[in-house]
Design a protein around this ligand. Structure first.
Ligand SMILES: *Cc1c(COP(=O)(O)O)cnc(C)c1O
Length: 358
């Protein structure tokens, strides 16, 4: 690592690739020959539209998004999408939600305001340590899942078969970390601050036939059809955040694409889980089958020792390892931007800590 940068294991906002930051730094004061920063450009200007259109095209390429899907960059976080999905798709019917974590639960609670929510499966009683079994309704307007559960460190190891019922996925914490077949989904959304860009941008991918069925109360900026028709510019978009997302997509391409990153992400996660499985002190908290490759949750069994670990790790430049406030313990978020050296450094520190605190 250059300068005095640390290995930042934060869950989001989180680490960005150093190359992306350096490129942004280089272009910060003067982008190309424009004589201005991207922050200062009109979103309608030719130069900005070039950046925007390239960003959309690069995302289409790295995720292999079919032509009959619109790619949008919207605002309000993934949280706004909890409402937007229901307002655009519920259409007077009901929807199946799989309750696999805190965000999944928030999504279904929000959707209840706009239609009938069926909880198709839930692991809430088990503190969300696994992806629940589920039963889908044949007549649902859509099925909603959360592909990676950021707080509890679990991941769906399969894509549910929903037949003609559109599948909606909150991919906030694992988008672009593994290959997904976009054609299996009706809607994909993701807050950018976990694996793509700074906070304030949401990636929204919607199959065209699912647009235009929104409830009349749907705000304009949450209306999939209107936002798609306006090319994400019904209002002023997060221009600089979208530009940074674009730099990240270019970085992904330079790494060899999502497929290559997926391989590295599996290797990174295995390093940590193999250590946890053999440790006398640390213990992983997620059920082995459903373990996340992005958020690795673990404990020592003692809250005091957990706190000591987080503190001593930070002193070694391994920061933000404290677990989410509602679960405690530790969580190492190892998104695309976390180099494997960071994970090695963490495992090595954990070994040391174990030796001294067994
Ligand atoms: C972080 C996160 C959210 C919330 O995102 P905001 O952008 O803060 O609204 C929703 N879902 C998942 C899976 C997340 O990880």
């Amino acid at each position: 690592m250059s300068m005095d940068r640390v290995y930042n294991f934060a869950p989001g906002p989180s680490m960005l690739p150093l190359e992306v930051l350096e490129r942004a730094q280089k272009e910060l004061l003067c982008y190309g020959s424009t004589g201005m920063s991207v922050m200062e450009m009109s979103h309608r200007s030719k130069m900005y539209l070039e950046i925007f259109n390239k960003t959309v095209a690069d995302l289409r390429e790295v995720m292999n998004v079919p032509e009959n899907y619109k790619i949008m960059f919207v605002q309000g976080g993934a949280t706004a999408m909890f409402s937007a999905v229901a307002m655009n798709l519920m259409d007077g019917g009901k929807a199946d939600y799989v309750d696999s974590g805190n965000f999944a639960h928030n999504a279904l609670e929000e959707a209840k305001k706009y239609g009938e929510v069926v909880v198709a499966g839930s692991s809430r009683e088990d503190h969300y340590t696994h992806i629940p079994a589920y039963t889908l309704s044949a007549d649902a307007k859509y099925v909603h899942i959360t592909t990676n559960n950021t707080i509890y460190g679990t991941r769906w190891d399969h894509i549910p078969q929903t037949g003609d019922v559109p599948l909606v996925a909150d991919m906030s914490s694992n988008i672009l970390s593994e290959v997904y077949d976009v054609s299996k989904f009706g809607v994909i959304y993701a807050g950018a601050q976990k694996n793509v860009a700074p906070a304030g941008v949401v990636i929204l991918i919607v199959r065209e036939d699912l647009m235009g069925h929104e409830l009349p109360i749907t705000p304009k900026v949450m209306n999939f059809k209107k936002m798609a028709d306006a090319d994400s510019m019904l209002n002023t978009p997060n221009c600089f955040g979208i530009y940074l997302a674009g730099l990240n997509f270019e970085w992904i391409k330079a790494q060899g694409g999502v497929k290559t990153l997926e391989k590295i992400n599996i290797e990174k996660a295995n390093l940590l889980y193999d250590f946890l499985d053999n440790s006398q002190l640390f213990k992983g908290t997620a059920c082995a089958r459903d373990r996340s490759r992005m958020n690795v949750t673990f404990v020592t069994g003692s809250a005091d020792l957990d706190a000591q670990f987080v503190k001593e790790a930070a002193a070694q430049g391994l920061v933000n390892l404290k677990g989410h406030r509602i679960v405690g313990g530790m969580r190492a978020s190892i998104y695309n931007a976390m180099p494997i050296e960071g994970v090695r450094a963490l495992v090595s520190f954990m070994k040391d800590f174990e030796t001294h605190n067994k």
